[in-house]
Design a protein around this ligand. Structure first.
Ligand code: HAX
Length: 433
């Protein structure tokens, strides 16, 4: 397998770099932890290492050092389509270099070989109550695949530590291959006729998702590729990425690790934010009977703030500019749906809200984030069931977090075990202050 050969060639150098840092410079202080961080969700503590992605406060996410515009421009694209093969992005995340078309297609081929979902997974999904949340189904389906784990099997048989990454790579390819089918089936089961649309062997991973969703408009294939690429990774500290890494550090296989991560993504402070943005934009349209004027938007935004709520889709913990993931979606919408009223409303919001938030004076970043527009785009193509959006986020997020676990195995990262203190110990620290 092309991908495996490239990884095998890359791994020794990276092992040596991290070994040297740990063994020869183990006492170097990188960061200090403050009381407010210990009591405040470990915000900003530099305690994780990943080379897959990095969030720059001004340029936004960089995948393997490359910005979103660069990634969208340089990854190989199918024919005349706008958006690249997701397989190309997976190559970039795993290997660190932009793939040739052949390399991107080799990942797509691996996915095709492994995409068949075992029948029992569909049975598990059908057995849930009708009102189960789609994220419950998604996490359960991933867990139901766990008996497939090659890593778990090989580990039980006895496997050298330096070889851990090999069955892990096999597992992550097998898991990610199946996620578009599983997600699309959950959509059909919950909101449509419950029939599974078979994948089309001529389509790539992202386009096949669009096909299996049953969305007719061919542009939705490009939107799906874009959506998965934009949501693929955001460093290692967010809940879904960190959970995958943490669970996998116990040498749990990727099925256990990723299903746990999806439980975290299901939380309202993580993957559900895009729904709130959509509700907020729809609320504006409902109040003013259509696309609002700038003045009406301003009034609505102030009403939200004055009632003590945040304006969803604006602000960010790290970013200090418009999120490039927002910009990529904005450009897509400008091209494909300029007259769609919900997009026009989002556009008015973009022209008004940053100024309002600046006047309000609290948010460190008044600019829009990835969630401000993603629901609007889905609505345009008829995927209106907003509970489902987090599942699509999860499909995209699988790419970055699984790439990270392959490297954690390759570099022999140990089990994670931070130390706790008691409240009394913290009080002891301030005794003389
Ligand atoms: N509207 C109103 N007030 C806001 C705000 C917004 N959009 N963004 C931040 N603030 C407020 C905060 O609530 C905070 O107020 P208090 O001091 O009263 O607590 C103050 O400004 C400082 O916050 P901050 O340091 O700028 O932002 P945080 O790092 O604390 O929070 C959030 C970042 C994204 C959670 C925040 O900006 C927010 O709540 N935004 C709206 C919800 C949203 O868009 N969430 C999706 C984020 C994208 C993402 O990461 N998805 O996975």
């Amino acid at each position: 397998m092309l991908l495996k050969e490239r990884l095998a060639a890359e791994i020794p150098e990276w092992r040596e770099r991290q070994r040297k840092l740990a063994k020869e410079y183990g006492d170097v202080v990188v960061d200090q932890v403050h009381m407010r961080q210990i009591l405040g969700g470990l915000r900003g503590v530099k305690a994780l290492v990943t080379d897959i992605s990095y969030v720059d406060p001004y340029e936004g996410i960089r995948f393997r050092g490359h910005t979103i515009p660069e990634v969208l421009e340089k990854l190989p694209k199918p024919g005349k389509d706008d958006m690249p093969y997701v397989g190309g992005l997976y190559w970039l995340l795993l290997v660190g270099d932009f793939p040739t078309e052949e390399e991107a297609l080799s990942v797509e081929e691996e996915w095709k070989k492994r995409m068949e979902v075992p029948a029992h997974v569909f049975e598990v999904l059908k057995s849930f109550p009708k009102d189960a949340h789609p994220m419950t189904l998604f996490a359960a389906a991933v867990l139901a695949l766990q008996p497939e784990s090659l890593f778990a099997k090989k580990y039980k048989e006895g496997l050298k530590k330096t070889d851990f990454w090999d069955p892990m790579l096999e597992d992550v390819l097998s898991l990610t291959a199946k996620l578009p089918s599983i997600a699309a089936y959950i959509y059909r089961l919950k909101y449509k006729d419950g029939k599974f649309i078979e994948p089309d062997p001529n389509l790539d991973w992202g386009a096949n998702f669009a096909h299996m969703m049953g969305v007719e408009n061919p542009e939705y294939k490009n939107l799906s590729r874009l959506y998965f690429i934009l949501h693929s990774d955001h460093e290692s500290g967010n809940v879904s990425a960190h959970t995958t890494y943490l669970v996998s550090s116990a040498l749990s296989d990727i099925y256990y690790s990723f299903s746990a991560a999806m439980d975290g993504l299901a939380g309202p402070l993580h993957g559900l934010a895009n729904q709130n943005c959509l509700y907020w934009l729809k609320g504006v349209m409902e109040k003013f009977g259509g696309v609002p004027t700038h003045e009406q938007m301003r009034q609505y935004a102030w009403d939200t703030l004055n009632s003590g709520q945040v304006i969803p889709g604006y602000g960010h913990a790290v970013l200090r500019r418009t999120d490039p993931r927002y910009k990529a979606q904005f450009e897509f919408a400008l091209k494909h749906m300029p007259d769609f009223p919900l997009f026009q409303t989002a556009k008015v919001a973009y022209e008004v809200i940053p100024e309002v938030l600046k006047e309000h004076g609290k948010a460190k970043n008044p600019w829009p984030n990835v969630d401000a527009l993603s629901g609007t785009l889905q609505q345009y193509y008829g995927v209106t069931e907003s509970d489902f959006y987090t599942v699509m986020f999860g499909v995209g997020r699988s790419l970055g977090v699984t790439a990270n676990t392959v490297w954690a195995r390759a570099l022999g990262h140990p089990i994670e075990r931070p130390k706790s203190v008691t409240t009394a110990m913290l009080e002891e620290e301030i005794k003389d202050k």
